[in-house]
Design a binder for this molecule. Structure first.
Ligand SMILES: [Zn+2]
Length: 600
């Protein structure tokens, strides 16, 4: 058993999340965490809402509410949506907690002491008409590196390079179209060049990463520049240095604070668990945390923050860059084992866009369809390693032809037949098993190693494909064995054997599918006569801020219960009832209905 950290990207709390957001990292990180727990590892899965920064400030201003009120609203919406999807966070919190502020400031101070955060006079953009600071992401222009014409002031989404607004060719304000003015201003910078060598050594030892992610990350090291980590802004974590602490106009930049959330959420989880030091089992480079494995899940637009900036912060705080230094009070911290980045999901051939109504929000989806239907689509056809298009026609086909006609049908017909003819799990005929029986049982048992290995290596599409192969083999077996033809009393022992084999394989396939389809896995488990928790589910709990701030909802759960990643022999004689269908067949008319809801 080892300690496994699943660090999941933090959704930005400026609106409800659409299915593109949860396809890339939400569901895949849950599949991974569920599997790792079932395989016996001690998993800590953390995330929360990212709530600082200019976009929330601007939106709150527009609505006439405080940024905190806006963040409160969408924090709750997002918590409920992730709960609806069954994402098994140990803690899903937020960045506006007292605990998060303290951890961010501790990292800032530690890095500053070690010389990896330095003050610098720089040129900042202001709006000529209002005199106010113009935040980076509200400045758009042509990327000086690749020529992409919609590069943002902080980053080019086309080539992935970090930018400064002043570098943009023909910069324009996205708020009112005017050309920004650049004036001198003082800020703190993260000295990335001083950490380049340690980052390179770390990246050179990474194994098993998706090749494009590793290549992209290494390329980023070739041209590392110091990067501003404070902004002219009121909404954020205060700068914890004398002369700065009490200023209301300067704040730590949102990306710097949000990325520290993985650590602060782990510490919050530990404080709430009754053992405030428990987080060290996943984070400390010595003691129990020494062999911990840490996996970070995100979309590809966020690779730079996880493969360069976050490890740079961890190394700098630990005193490991070119300026050396000493670790802060949290000690030396583990760098990521792997950065697991997904590609983009599009919708009916277009980019998701809330303003253009090319979108379906998680909430709306879950009102009309089951969580596992979406989870199945994401696992089988999501943007794991290629940009992928979500179409309603394909969603319908996957649901009806694969989930309902494949897996649902196997569950339904095998349990129905056994319930009708035996009322219980039938025994195996003393005459024994045929070659076909043995072959099917062996196929299912072999699935545990194959599917588990693939999930462990973040090949979930292949993994669910292998699990569904077991399902297909079992359906083929039932068709060939045709137990419904064995109506004579003399044939009943053989019928029982076939159904016993089929039900055993249903049970095994259900375990193989549990990380992907936890809601239906619990139902199938109960249909087979199982009692108690098979697939544990998260809960929404209202908690007090540990450091005196306002209360808030978190997503958490007890995941120590649940089925292990192994074949469990079915108990002969366990009562069975005629099952209700586990999956819903969808009417083809939903395709036109959903397309009509999308903007033209
Ligand atoms: Zn570019």
């Amino acid at each position: 058993m080892s300690h496994v950290l699943a660090a999941v990207a933090w959704p930005y709390a400026n609106g409800p999340r659409h299915i593109g957001h949860v396809s890339g990292f939400g569901v895949p990180s849950d599949v991974f965490s569920r599997y790792m727990r079932m395989a016996g590892h001690d998993v800590l899965m953390v995330s929360g809402t990212d709530e600082h920064g200019t976009p929330i400030q601007v939106q709150a201003d527009a609505e006439g509410v405080t940024p905190r009120e806006l963040a409160d609203r969408y924090n709750r919406v997002i918590v409920e949506d992730l709960h609806g999807l069954g994402l098994s966070y140990d803690l899903f919190t937020r960045t506006t907690t007292g605990n998060h502020y303290a951890v961010v400031q501790e990292l800032f101070e530690g890095m500053y002491r070690n010389g990896y955060i330095v003050p610098k006079t720089t040129m900042g953009a202001i709006s000529p008409s209002t005199g106010r600071t113009l935040p980076d992401r509200y400045i758009e222009g042509t990327c000086p590196i690749c020529g992409y014409d919609s590069a943002r002031g902080d980053q080019c989404d086309n080539c992935g390079n970090q930018l400064d607004p002043i570098d943009l060719i023909n910069p324009k304000s996205k708020i009112n179209g005017e050309t920004p003015e650049f004036v001198e201003t003082e800020h703190f910078f993260l000295d990335l060049p001083a950490l380049a060598d340690v980052l390179r050594q770390w990246l050179d030892t990474r194994e098993g990463w998706r090749p494009n992610v590793l290549r992209f990350s290494k390329n980023l090291l070739d041209d590392l520049q110091p990067r501003a980590i404070t902004r002219d802004l009121e909404w954020g974590v205060p700068i914890p240095l004398d002369g700065w602490r009490d200023r209301s106009d300067k704040r730590i930049y949102v990306w710097f604070d949000a990325v520290i959330g993985y650590l602060s959420a782990s510490i919050e989880w530990a404080r709430r668990s009754g053992d405030p030091e428990a987080w060290r089992r996943w984070w400390s480079t010595d003691g129990e945390g020494k062999d911990a494995q840490t996996y970070y899940f995100m979309g590809k637009d966020n690779i730079v923050f996880h493969s360069v900036i976050w490890p740079a912060l961890l190394a700098g705080y630990s005193g490991e860059g070119a300026r050396d230094g000493v670790p802060g009070e949290l000690g030396r911290l583990n760098l990521p084992t792997e950065v697991v980045s997904s590609e983009y999901l599009t919708m009916e051939g277009r980019k998701f866009s809330s303003s253009r109504r090319v979108v379906i929000y998680v909430r709306d989806f879950l009102e009309r369809y089951d969580a596992d239907a979406l989870r199945y689509f994401i696992a089988a056809a999501g943007p794991e390693s290629n940009d992928t298009d979500f179409t309603w026609a394909e969603f319908l086909r996957r649901n009806n032809d694969e989930l309902v006609a494949g897996w649902g049908n196997l569950v339904n017909r095998s349990i129905s037949m056994a319930a009708k003819n035996f009322g219980a799990i039938p025994p195996i005929d003393p005459a024994g098993l045929t070659e076909a029986d043995e072959a099917l049982l062996a196929t299912a048992r072999a699935g545990f190693a194959v599917v588990g290995d693939l999930i462990g290596r973040h090949r979930q599409k292949q993994a669910i494909g292998e699990a569904m192969k077991v399902v297909a083999e079992a359906n083929k077996y039932l068709s060939e064995q045709a137990p419904w033809k064995l109506k004579d009393e003399a044939d009943k022992p053989r019928m029982g054997t076939i159904l016993h084999v089929a039900l055993q394989v249903v049970s095994d396939a259900n375990t193989l599918l549990t990380p992907f389809l936890p809601h239906s896995a619990q139902k199938v488990y109960e249909l087979l006569g199982g009692t108690g928790v098979h697939a544990p589910m998260p809960q929404i709990v209202e908690v007090e801020d540990l450091d005196g701030g306002p209360a808030y909802p978190v997503l958490t759960g007890d995941y120590t219960q649940g089925t292990r990643w192994e074949s469990v022999p079915l108990e002969v004689g366990r009562p069975l009832a005629t099952p209700k269908p586990v999956f819903r067949k969808l009417d083809p008319s939903i395709v036109d209905e959903e397309l009509a809801r999308l903007g033209a």
